[in-house]
Design a protein around this ligand. Structure first.
Ligand SMILES: Nc1ncnc2c1ncn2[C@@H]1O[C@H](COP(=O)(O)OP(=O)(O)OP(=O)(O)O)[C@@H](O)[C@H]1O
Length: 445
């Protein structure tokens, strides 16, 4: 980054925040009355080792920080691209440059073909992440200049994928909750589905906990705040008859990099709307490391290296309690840094058999500083029998949560979700009238 006036070059380190403001402790001090004590912060989020780090500017000022001549807005964050300008009006400006492998604006024939059909949004080639079914790119809403995330799912004639993507949009369009990603629009262009959703600017929990080859734990109080928010999301989803079915660290994003950040559930690609009184689900879906025993991975033929399987479980099926098991795995990792059923071979069946055994070791060195109440909730969630496994309501009544409930509620309302806006009710939403279920679990929505 360099300031326009002095042409001074400032190097940013990806593992360190960089602050600009009037206060003497800022990394770049700007002694000017138009500048707030901390005016803005630059921080970096890494998705994986092969992707270029994402560099964000967090506007913390009273008077505003301008990004390419458009105000960012107090407490809002913007993703920076090479050549972007940041300005503190009447005081100074900065130009941002990022070295990375490969250009962001490289020709992308697929995208170039579709771009003219996506009138309301400008889709960049800037990758925010990628998953099994596609990639997620940065996009900008033309009317407002708001940055959004654009998930592109290439279905290439695969009708199951097409239906799953439509399911994701259909479910998300009905949901409005601060801990569930907001979807603004969904478009089908030829074989591709574009889902435009809120840009979540703090990275995912997996990257947050990743420590080289291993995972690290976080303080119990922080794990409590994250668990409380996931429970809020699950309470809302389950009341609305939606089961996520793929809860894992990678699918929980943070709005900022600070310990009390709002967390947001994403990736509803295999989630399920269950009508009241509907039969239990029988399709084996999800991620084996996080999947409840009753989901049925243990009954599948071993498939080394295969992360997902779609098949019928022979047992009596499963219900929303599968999400609570996954929360148990997440909580286990948050508190200890250990994934309880992970197997280095990544063999789905082996991981599932470990889960079915129900064996937990919460007395080793990784748990020595963890309170008995926290351990007790882990056990209640990782109960092999779904009947005795805690529901969302029981979790809220468990002492680890209940003893802190009023504090948690006030932090949640006053700090975490204050300022959150539900997505607008826009007209042009994807029509799903012709959608049909492909996984045999009944209708989509
Ligand atoms: N709304 C968003 N804001 C910012 N980054 C996002 C957003 N949605 C997704 N990402 C990034 O893209 C990655 C992949 O997204 P997502 O999990 O939705 O894709 P997927 O193809 O369904 O993945 P999976 O393999 O888990 O099924 C996420 O881990 C995250 O890093």
């Amino acid at each position: 980054m360099h300031t326009a006036a002095e042409k001074k070059i400032i190097s940013l380190l990806h593992d360190r925040e960089f602050t600009v403001g009037r206060r003497s402790s800022c990394d770049q001090v700007v002694a000017h009355s138009a500048v707030s004590s901390i005016h803005f912060t630059i921080y970096t989020v890494k998705f994986d080792d092969s992707s270029a780090p994402l560099v964000y500017c967090w506007d913390r000022s009273r008077n505003g920080t301008f990004h390419n001549r458009r105000i960012i807005g107090h407490d809002r964050r913007i993703l920076l691209s090479d050549g972007d300008e940041l300005e503190i009006r009447h005081a100074c400006s900065f130009e941002f440059h990022q070295q990375r492998a490969g250009p962001w604006t490289a020709g992308d024939p697929t995208l170039d073909e579709d771009r003219p059909h996506i009138k309301d949004y400008e889709i960049s080639s800037r990758a925010l992440g990628h998953g099994t079914f596609g990639r997620v790119l940065l996009a900008t809403e033309r009317k407002s200049g708001r940055q959004v995330a654009c998930k592109i799912i290439d279905t290439r004639g695969n009708s199951i994928r097409m239906i799953k993507a439509k399911t994701e949009i259909a479910i998300l369009q009905r949901l409005r909750h601060p801990n569930v990603v907001s979807v603004y629009d969904g478009l089908v262009i030829r074989n591709r589905i574009y889902i435009l959703e809120d840009l979540i600017t703090g990275g995912d929990l997996f990257s947050y906990l990743s420590d080289g080859e291993n995972m690290s734990s976080i303080p119990e109080a922080e794990a409590l705040l994250i668990t409380f928010q996931i429970l809020k999301a699950l309470e809302y989803l389950h009341r609305n008859n939606v089961i996520h079915r793929d809860l894992k660290l990678d699918n929980i994003l943070r709005v900022s990099q600070h310990p009390g950040a709002r967390v947001v559930l994403i990736d509803f690609g295999i989630s399920k709307y269950v009508r009241d009184g509907a039969r239990r689900m029988t399709t084996v879906v999800g991620t084996p490391e996080y999947a409840a025993p009753e989901v049925g991975f243990a009954g599948l033929a071993p498939a080394a290296g295969t992360q997902r399987k779609f098949a019928k479980t022979e047992k009596s099926g499963y219900d929303k309690k599968c999400d609570l098991w996954s929360l148990g795995v997440i909580l286990h990792i948050l508190l200890s840094g250990i994934s309880p059923f992970y197997d280095v071979s990544q063999n789905s069946k082996r991981m599932a058999l470990k889960a079915v055994s129900g064996k937990l070791d919460l007395s080793n060195q990784y748990w020595k500083d963890i309170s008995p109440a926290a351990k007790s909730l882990v056990r209640r969630l990782l109960c092999v029998d779904p009947e005795t496994r805690y529901s969302v309501e029981e979790c809220f009544e468990h002492s680890w949560i209940a003893n802190q409930l009023s504090v948690l509620e006030s932090i949640y309302q006053e700090k975490i979700v204050a300022g959150w806006q539900p997505p607008p009710d826009e007209q042009h939403r994807l029509s799903l009238a012709d959608s049909q279920s492909a996984d045999g679990d009944g209708g989509l929505v």
